[in-house]
Design a binder for this molecule. Structure first.
Ligand SMILES: Cc1ncc(COP(=O)(O)O)c(C=O)c1O
Length: 375
């Protein structure tokens, strides 16, 4: 058994982040200011997005993407069944109704055929999730959405650094907006944080306004002590701090290396699991997977709770990404559900194994050995 506990995730944070945070702390400006502006422009350069608005979570970005797109009561928004509650919550916060559709068995990403069948006359948008960091079938989803007059807002909480055909997630002008998460377990972290990326200036301006209480000026614009704000909308307190952005600036620089390392670990996992009854998700060609998570499907006759407890007893952490939305009473009461045979079948069999850049191949070997004894 391993001598020390191997967690599911651990951020890669170095001296550069420490120095930048100290620089910010000493600068006298801790809230939204020049470091956030630098983080936004670095993120725009990395993704080829025309506009980036940093926010304090991906949930805030999803909420404001929908609100700023005019989505509200009476509207429906399509979401995949396998996602984090935040994706559905953002829709409910707008007074709209999530319409939950099935995922593809191999990738857990939204099934374009299920989307096509689910678009009603009330449908205004679809939120594909790039599950575990693997880009969803965006060409198919975008073309179905365009044909039916529906917006695409992608939940890229797992997908900073992912690409499709060489085009970065977040830089596709065919989508209304892309939402990133910089939560502590993500490939790029600011502790907590998020961003909305868009090709559309009006949307970006509206999101910036709504994320700062609806005030026409932020504190940085008023730093000379003379300016006055006017509330022009009833907004939210969703801004990112300069302290958080200080971490993010250097996390972005580490991202390519972090993903390359995760890719090598994923390859090692896949090789070691080749003869195991535990099956990793498929990897699709023509895209760069960000490897935010390493998800496996357990055999039907394994009990997930038992497996996870045995992993923990062997000093290996694990997670579940995600129990399907239809499994939760709160969503059963408030969402509309399409047929969900894949999500129904897989939801109780998903387990995420440790995945972070500082892991070694030896750590992966420990996980695979622990998993073999975790039946
Ligand atoms: C798929 C998905 N969407 C949205 C979120 C919400 O991100 P945040 O915690 O930054 O609000 C998460 C968080 O893990 C997620 O996994």
């Amino acid at each position: 058994m391993r001598a020390s506990f191997l967690p599911l995730a651990r951020p890669s944070v170095g001296r550069e982040e420490e120095r930048e945070v100290i620089d910010t702390l000493r600068s006298g400006w801790l809230s939204t200011g020049p470091k956030v502006a630098r983080f936004e422009s670095d993120l725009a350069a990395a993704t080829q997005a025309a506009h980036v608005v940093a926010l304090n979570s991906c949930t805030a970005a999803l909420h404001l993407a929908l609100l700023a797109s005019g989505i509200g009561p009476g509207d429906e928004v399509v979401v995949p069944a396998i996602t984090f509650p935040a994706t559905a919550n953002a829709i409910l916060h707008c007074g709209a109704t999530p319409r939950v559709v099935d995922v593809e068995a191999g990738t857990l990403n939204l099934d374009p055929a299920a989307l096509s069948a689910a678009i009603s006359s009330r449908c205004r948008a679809v939120i594909p999730v790039h599950m575990a960091g693997q880009p969803a079938e965006m060409d198919a989803i975008i073309s179905i959405a365009a044909e039916r007059g529906v917006l695409v807002i992608d939940d890229a909480a797992h997908a900073a650094g992912a690409t499709i055909g060489g085009r970065p997630i977040g830089g596709d002008a065919r989508t209304a907006a892309t939402c990133f998460s910089f939560h502590a377990a993500k490939n790029v972290t600011t502790g907590e944080g998020g961003a909305l990326l868009t090709a559309h200036r009006d949307l970006a301006d509206r999101v910036r306004l709504l994320g700062n209480h609806g005030l026409d000026q932020d504190s940085w614009a008023r730093r000379d002590g003379v300016g006055d704000w006017v509330p022009v909308a009833s907004g939210f307190k969703y801004n990112l701090t300069d302290i958080a952005a200080s971490i993010g600036i250097h996390q972005l620089r580490r991202l390519d290396g972090e993903i390359d390392r995760r890719q090598a670990l994923a390859q090692h996992y896949r090789g070691r699991l080749a003869d195991s009854p535990v099956v990793p998700l498929d990897v699709r060609g023509g895209r760069r997977h960000a490897w935010q998570l390493f998800v496996v499907v357990l055999p039907v006759d394994w009990e997930r709770g038992v497996t996870r407890r045995r992993l923990r007893d062997a000093n290996v952490g694990s997670g579940v990404h995600f129990p399907a939305l239809q499994g939760h009473q709160v969503y059963r009461e408030r969402c509309v559900f399409e047929p969900l045979p894949v999500a129904d079948q897989l939801s109780s069999r998903l387990v995420s194994l440790p995945m972070f850049g500082q892991m070694t191949e030896g750590d992966v070997d420990d996980v695979v050995v622990a998993l073999a004894g975790a039946v």
